[in-house]
Ligand binder design. Structure first.
Ligand code: PLP
Length: 368
């Protein structure tokens, strides 16, 4: 097969391991001797059940998920969970209050959606820019909240928690869409974790929800049935047709993660890759500027500006054009913030990050 020359630094859907794509290609027409494609397979068939169960088993193994947690494979994306979380959990306490940390676009959207279903308390003063995590000593947590919600990695702004928030026993909920399985996580500290697959663990279409069993069964009566964790848990994610092919691809990616050393190895690699880029930014005397506080810089999404703090549009365009000529694509920052963003999910290799680092150095030299 012709080797792909393109390096995809996209924020999601994102690069998949080439070996996964090749396996999916080989199995596309005739999956495991069944004579049909996974795309054509009944979700009630024993072959698909095997795929679903293998995917769950791998996930449980990789994250050491305790037995008192259910794993659900749902549709609706991360955004679907912005609604599903309050619909299922805000009724845990009678006054329907939940605490939110708002550290970027995605947690802001989640908090806004949750306001439809209860009283949402943002526990810290509003941030004037999404470049930091307010010090936990300044959080005003409500001890009788139904849950505390945060986004572990803000994909647009490149802000990542490198610690697990302490909630004094209140249920902790985390959106890990953009750093899922990029490092080890102690699942037992969480009531619920969710993640869309299309960044670190597969393709678009499936969202994983890992939820502690005692939190299931408290949905508001208006909760749509497809978002009701109780129904989906009882039906093993098969209440309705699940995203079969996306679950299959996730299984292949999880297998790849396992064969490449699991979450600990991913963490090591992700630290190395992101350090390559941050080191160049820090050594550039302000030519490259990352606005995020060092302590919460994301290892998944590295946002930066070129030329000056607020970015020089012409230089940034030239940088992106040059990158594209070298086969490096999807480096443009999110439309709401501009600039450059390099996403370095699990499938991005050290060589890929090295190629970007080399180009950044070269570009800086040319413009000194
Ligand atoms: N949460 C985070 C951290 C994200 O990065 C995204 C999308 O990029 C979402 C939620 C929304 O996911 P979806 O587009 O699958 O609804």
């Amino acid at each position: 097969m012709e080797q792909k020359q393109t390096i995809n630094f996209g924020a999601g859907p994102a690069k998949l391991p080439p070996s996964v794509l090749l396996q999916a290609q080989r199995e596309l027409i005739n999956y495991s001797g069944t004579g049909i494609s996974v795309l054509e397979m009944s979700h009630r068939s024993s072959d698909f059940n095997k795929i679903l169960n293998q995917t769950e088993t791998l996930l449980r193994e990789l994250l050491k998920i305790p037995v008192n947690y259910k794993v659900l494979f749902l549709q609706g994306g991360g955004s679907g969970q912005f609604s599903a979380v309050p619909l299922n959990l805000i009724g845990l306490t009678p006054d329907r209050c939940a605490d939110y940390l708002v550290t970027g676009t995605w947690s802001a959207k989640a908090a806004k959606e949750a306001e439809k279903y209860g009283k949402i308390n943002v526990v810290h003063p509003k941030l004037d820019s999404y470049t930091k995590i307010p010090d936990p000593s300044s959080w005003a947590l409500n001890p009788s909240a139904s849950y505390v919600y945060y986004c572990c990695n803000e994909t647009v702004h490149g802000v990542e928690f490198n610690f697990t928030p302490e909630t004094n026993g209140v249920v902790l909920v985390s959106d890990m869409s953009s750093n899922f399985l990029s490092r080890p996580v102690d699942v037992s500290k969480f009531g619920l974790i969710f993640a869309g697959a299309q960044k670190n663990v597969g393709c678009a279409g499936v969202t994983v929800v890992i939820v502690r069993e005692d939190l299931i069964g408290h949905a508001l009566k208006e909760c749509p049935i497809v978002l009701d964790y109780k129904m989906q848990a009882e039906m093993n994610s098969l209440y309705n047709t699940p995203p079969c092919f996306s679950i299959y691809i996730m299984g292949l990616v999880l297998d790849w993660i396992k064969n490449n050393g699991g979450s600990t190895a991913m963490e090591k690699l992700n630290k190395q890759k992101s350090s390559l880029i941050y080191d160049i930014i820090d050594a550039s005397n302000g030519f490259y500027v990352c606005p995020v506080d060092r302590i919460c810089r994301s290892r998944m999404n590295v946002p930066f500006r070129i030329g000056k703090k607020e970015g020089d549009d012409a230089l940034e365009k030239e940088f992106l054009d040059g990158a594209s000529k070298r086969g490096m694509i999807s480096l443009k920052g999110h439309r709401s913030v501009g600039g450059i963003r390099a996403s370095l999910y699990n499938a991005v290799t050290l060589d890929d990050a090295g190629a970007l680092a080399a180009y950044m150095e070269e570009f800086h030299k040319e413009h000194q």
